[in-house]
Design a protein around this ligand. Structure first.
Ligand code: GLN
Length: 540
């Protein structure tokens, strides 16, 4: 079939869940029997978010092929249960870099290089690459930012042109807006929505559907008003009231008939009746009151929960399957260093130390690992969290308080974590880490091998440093088990500590592969240990 494209634009303001809505609609279409691919177009000039601070951008989501992408790709993968590729996240930086490189090579034969058509053509080329790369029949394309931003104009122009290029029956436009609530009069207002639709129209894009986000129920009369003023069919004005359960969004959109409207619009027939049984059951489970387990997440970007979004989701997935609710205490690692919030660690059933870069707050993470080891509190270390666990263990094993990662102390007497040999000559910071999927062999009888139940796994990586092999022997002698090793035996991928209910660290990021209906085995095993400590008995 001809590839169909659905474009998502945002109006009024950002951060109202455009990525999540696109992900949920992707799930709807998958349930109708179609193969779905998703792409995010980001207007900023960075080539990818890999070099951006998590404070600016939230988490960097890593794909199988090692591309460092926007966190919305995490929503897409989790909701649609697909594995995406590097063509699924395009930035203005990539587009301009490519066009300028070609101009320098002389590819344009003396032409004047302009936003239209050169930049817009490059954007369209990249949009068209998704169907092949992800084997998709329907491609969802989300334009980052809000209509009216200067920097997203080339993207909007490109998607406008696509309706002409490939035809009306192959393209649909969905505009996501926000209805502000005026508490003085107790009403929702549609004016900003009207303005953003008008702005979109002035660029030449006629939206086919409006998803109106709101914190309050949207009355029929308001839908009618939006339909009338924005020139959209009333059925295609979809109210989306904020839900406490993210995974409920596909169900809300299904009940509003979104799939049917899109099928009709794109001249498609459903290939199968959607089966939401499992999804509905999971959402009901989320809602049910359950025993609570407390977990401390010790990081340095904890003010911004989006910086650890995949970790949070993976914990929730594992908790749901264990029939418990997870309450996360966000602990700033620098606070621990100052002697603050140590009491939080005392009250939790498990500790997670996620990934990170740079020395700020590292000692706090090492303190958390020390607390977990000494008090036998379940501990899960992810990338830097694993390195913190190894440093802490080495300090005790070697009797050397100076043991460290050479990332944080160049002159350390014991660089138990060191730069990987192939990283020594790297000078460029962007896209040069050990990135993406690598195999890992599990050592039988270990916690990791039991959790996974297989001999070899593939997991996603993003790091420059690793366990220093010169210290492997002595660490093992003292009770550290290298339970996951790269097939060439050069890299420690998983380490765990003997005689501890669950103290395990991974050099990779298992959180990226966790799904609502398929929690990651290492998170499941961690949750089991957490429940044991919390005294939550297993349901039979
Ligand atoms: N900074 C560490 C490294 O580069 C850990 C990276 C991470 O946690 N993703 O190895």
């Amino acid at each position: 079939m001809t590839t169909k494209y659905i474009f998502f634009t945002g109006g009024v303001l950002s951060s109202v869940g455009k990525g999540l809505t696109a992900a949920a609609i992707g799930r709807l279409l998958k349930e109708c029997g179609f193969r779905v691919g998703v792409q995010k177009l980001d207007p900023y000039l960075n080539v990818d978010p890999g070099t951006m601070s998590p404070y600016q951008h939230g988490e960097v989501f890593v794909l199988d092929d090692g591309s460092e992408t926007d966190l919305d790709l995490g929503h897409y993968e989790r909701f649609i249960d697909v594995r995406l590729s590097k063509v699924c996240n395009v930035t203005s930086g990539q587009v301009y870099a490519e066009v300028i490189e070609r101009e320098r090579r002389g590819d344009y034969l003396g032409g004047t290089i302009q936003v239209i058509p050169h930049i817009t053509n490059e954007i369209k080329k990249r949009i068209m690459m998704v169907s092949k790369a992800t084997d998709a029949e329907i491609v969802l394309v989300e334009i980052g930012g809000t209509v009216g931003d200067i920097e997203s104009l080339p993207f909007l122009e490109a998607i406008r042109q696509m309706r002409n290029d490939i035809g009306r029956e192959n393209t649909a436009y969905i505009h996501l807006t926000w209805l502000p609530y005026i508490s003085a009069t107790g009403e929702l207002k549609t004016k900003p929505t009207q303005h953003s639709v008008r702005e979109l129209r002035s660029i030449g894009i006629m939206t086919d559907m409006i998803v109106a986000r709101s914190d309050h129920p949207v009355e029929e009369s308001l839908r009618e008003k939006i339909a009338l003023f924005c020139d959209v069919d009333k059925k295609a004005v979809i109210p989306l009231v904020t839900s406490q359960v993210l995974y409920e969004v596909p169900l809300i959109l299904e009940d509003a008939g979104v799939a049917g409207i899109l099928m009709k619009r794109l001249n498609l027939e459903k290939r199968q009746e959607p089966n939401w049984c499992e999804w509905r059951w999971l959402v009901e489970e989320v809602r049910k009151p359950k025993p609570i387990v407390n977990i401390a997440l010790v990081g340095k970007y904890v003010e911004l929960h989006d910086a650890y979004i995949s970790v949070r989701e993976a914990l929730k997935h594992a908790a749901l399957h264990r029939g418990v609710e997870v309450n996360i205490s966000w602990v700033h690692s620098t606070d621990l260093e100052k002697g603050l919030n140590l009491d939080i660690l005392e009250g939790v059933d498990g500790i997670v130390v996620p990934g990170g870069f740079g020395s700020r707050g590292v000692e706090g993470k090492i303190m958390a690992a020390n607390y977990a080891r000494k008090n036998k509190v379940p501990y899960l270390g992810l990338c830097l969290g694993m390195q913190a666990m190894v440093i802490e263990f080495a300090r005790a094993a070697l009797g050397d308080e100076k043991a460290n990662s050479s990332e944080f102390d160049h002159a350390t007497s014991a660089p138990v974590i060191d730069l990987m040999p192939d990283q020594h000559n790297v000078t460029n910071m962007g896209g040069t880490m050990r990135l993406g999927l690598y195999p890992c062999q599990l050592q039988s009888g270990t916690i990791a091998a039991k959790a996974y139940g297989v001999n070899e796994v593939e997991e996603r990586h993003r790091h420059r440093f690793e366990v220093n092999n010169s210290y492997r022997g002595i660490l093992e002698e003292h009770g550290m088990v290298m339970s996951g090793i790269s097939p060439d035996k050069r890299l420690v991928e998983i380490a765990e500590i003997k005689d501890h209910p669950y103290m395990l660290g991974t050099q990779f990021h298992p959180e990226f592969l966790s799904r609502l209906n398929r929690p990651h085995p290492l998170f499941t095993a961690f949750m089991e240990a957490v429940c044991e400590r919390a005294g939550v008995s297993k349901e039979v």
